[in-house]
Design a protein around this ligand. Sequence first.
Ligand code: PMT
Length: 410
Amino acid sequence: MNAATPTVPNLAERRIVLGVTGGIAAYKAADLTRRLLEAGAEVQVVMTAGAQEFVTPLTFQALSGRPVRTSLLDPAAEAAMGHIELARWPDLILIAPASADVIARLAHGLADDLLSTLCLATDKPIAIAPAMNRLMWANPATQANVATLVARGVQVIGPGAGAQACGEIGDGRMTEPLQIREAVAQRFGHGPLSGVKAVVTAGPTREPIDPVRFITNRSSGKMGYALAAALRALGAEVTLLSGPTSLATPAGVTRIDIETAQELLDAALQTARGAQIFVGAAAVADYRVDGVADEKIKKNDATLQLTLHRNPDVISAVREQDARLFVAGFAAETEKLEEHARGKLTRKKLDLIAANWVGRGRAFDRDDNALSVYWPGGGRELPHASKTEIARQLAALIAERFHARAAAPA
Ligand code: PMT
């Protein structure tokens, strides 16, 4: 029976295309199939040629109760459900295990087999659970491919660390089937932030000087975007207030674009009404130019003087508007990390602050980061990892602190 129990998430009526690719972890995909079915999901397995070297399609057919799809050019299967139809069928395409090869092919938009074609032809969310040798995972080519997929909104589940089939120890083990199922359930809104509205600010602001020039900073938006995706994965309804970036909107997240600190302030005050969590990851310009020129400034003089005015503090204004809101900030520091971050935590009346070292090539516009997270009376280190992983840990911590605050006596 597929009825959900308290320990089994409810995936009833969720349709999942489970892509299985070549690797020793393919055998774990059989258990994953069983676990997804146990939670009530409909599962259509698609296997690559490599996967069939490890496990037979018959195994998955017996488990899922559906013929396994293996070929793009199979007239009989196409007659039952064509690949375009199949690309539209699921609520999620989940690739587990995802080999380095399939990750590379997805990143480059190849469509030379059924699974890659489905991924290219779908507008449904895609999640991957990578599994490979630790050096293949750490290879800059794989990391760049993963970053490309993340930027396109693909959810990356794991990989975990530990002993590998090749005898080595390190990152690259496929996440265990139960954890993958949990991540899938969370993205369908069954996580600890289910029913919670969250607002996340990300990226830089631009403060105009004249119609063609502006003052900005090095923020890429990667940290804030990863956090928006991670909060969404925990079930939150997320609005992302974004400064100018080149990043794709994370799946399931509503994005509002702003340019200046004043525009961010207006959008923040408006969207924070009715939200329960606000996270300020944006690098907001502290100053704006007094008297922005209507026309392009001509370079007639040897020097040019600009007068700068203090910008409003967005996160403080949001806190002032609603004392009940859970407000988390970031602190970007080049010295005295804890002292400065705790100072901001108190001054801005925040519930939590995530401090990162910046400058000398750290944090800004990188794919990795490390955070020291502080809250009144506590703290936790999130050691160096990809921004996706750091965001996942920070989102879990925010959820934990949010619920702890809600449970505390007023
Ligand atoms: O975008 P990436 O390239 O991924 O880089 C990530 C990051 C380094 C930008 C991010 O991790 C980060 O640290 N963001 C906060 C940057 C910052 O402005 O820090 P701050 O210490 O100056 O500000 C403290 C807090 O006040 C922040 O939450 C900030 O959003 C907020 N603030 C600051 C000034 C202002 N006028 N209004 C604000 O709301």
